[in-house]
Design a protein around this ligand. Structure first.
Ligand code: FAD
Length: 277
């Protein structure tokens, strides 16, 4: 079966940032990815920016999947957004719970499963639905088994496939696939791949999101100190090798967290596609 490759963007806040992103997208699109996705700010904070980039990308004839969560929105607002996406010809949505942004008080969190049910109820089978999966366990999950079971609930509620949080340990992904299979999950689980470019940012982000930087890797990256070029060079070699290991092990494709940059993900996908078109 053909492998599926996708690229994720976050919505820039400025006009200049949006122009730069369009250029990045066009360059990455030369590799014919299956789709791009655009993240949705916690609590709906990027709603207009996300929608703007999604509609512009779709108008350029490129397949794009908006990320979506309830955030603080009422059901009517989410229905309206779904209708707009449908009218624009969008065929895929990444359905999420999201997180409560600090300072937003007691916004109600709607589990991703509930959003999947809501979308299926409102839009039928129009959209392919992706959900999030966590090979190294979501930080709020009561246990590994329960997290897998909640993933199954989301897929059983009508999601088509899952994309994982990033990880740097291939075994975590393969073990997770086995656990999912044992739990009765038979839908594809695409690894999410994060390039290593800036160690300080990566370490801060990883502490909160349920992704681990293995000790040896952290020490190696720390050892480069402020030498950004060496971090980028080693990071690219390491993550490209990780992609190869995942594909050799049977991953159904890869979702790249681009951080809105062409490189290194463009070279990574070129390398992966050379052996797994
Ligand atoms: P859920 O699947 O709802 O699960 C959240 C937690 O609740 C888990 O710990 C789960 O085990 C637990 N749980 C699930 N169901 C129940 C239940 N019935 N009872 C008790 N506990 C339950 N965040 C953004 O803000 N914007 C984005 O665009 C974005 N894109 C992402 C894309 C991908 C591919 C991934 C992997 C993550 C993304 N995130 C994004 C982060 C995500 O929103 C957070 O990780 C969030 O904390 C969980 O979202 P979820 O959809 O996985 O939640």
């Amino acid at each position: 079966m053909a492998k599926r490759y996708s690229f994720e963007f976050f919505p820039p806040k400025t006009e200049a940032g949006r122009d730069k992103l369009a250029a990045t997208r066009d360059e990455l699109n030369s590799l014919s990815p299956d789709f791009f996705s655009v993240t949705y700010g916690a609590g709906g904070s990027t709603r207009d920016n996300t929608r703007g980039i999604v509609l512009e990308t779709k108008a350029a004839g490129i397949d794009v999947a908006p990320h979506l969560s309830f955030g603080g929105d009422e059901e009517d607002a989410v229905r309206a957004l779904l209708d707009q996406y449908r009218e624009a010809g969008v065929r895929r949505i990444v359905a999420l719970r999201g997180d409560i942004p600090s300072g937003m008080g007691a916004t109600r969190l709607v589990y991703a499963r509930e959003l999947v049910e809501f979308i299926r109820q409102h839009s039928g089978d129009h959209f392919e639905l992706e959900v999030a999966a966590y090979p190294e366990v979501h930080p709020d999950a009561p246990s590994y088994e329960q997290d897998v079971s909640y993933l199954k609930d989301k897929l059983d509620a009508g999601a088509n496939s899952a994309i994982t949080q990033y990880f740097f340990n291939a075994d975590a992904y393969f073990y997770f696939l086995e656990a999912c299979e044992k739990a009765g999950i038979d839908k594809p689980i695409y690894p999410g791949i994060m390039p290593i470019t800036n160690y300080a940012n990566l370490a801060r982000f990883s502490r909160n999101c349920g992704a681990e930087i293995p000790r040896w890797l952290a020490r190696k990256l720390e050892g480069y100190g402020q030498d950004a070029d060496s971090i980028a060079k080693f990071g690219e070699e390491f993550v490209t090798e990780l992609c190869h290991i995942l594909m050799e092990g049977g991953a159904p494709g890869i979702h790249f967290y681009t951080m809105n940059q062409v490189q290194p993900v463009k070279r990574m996908l070129e390398a992966v596609k050379a052996s797994h078109p």
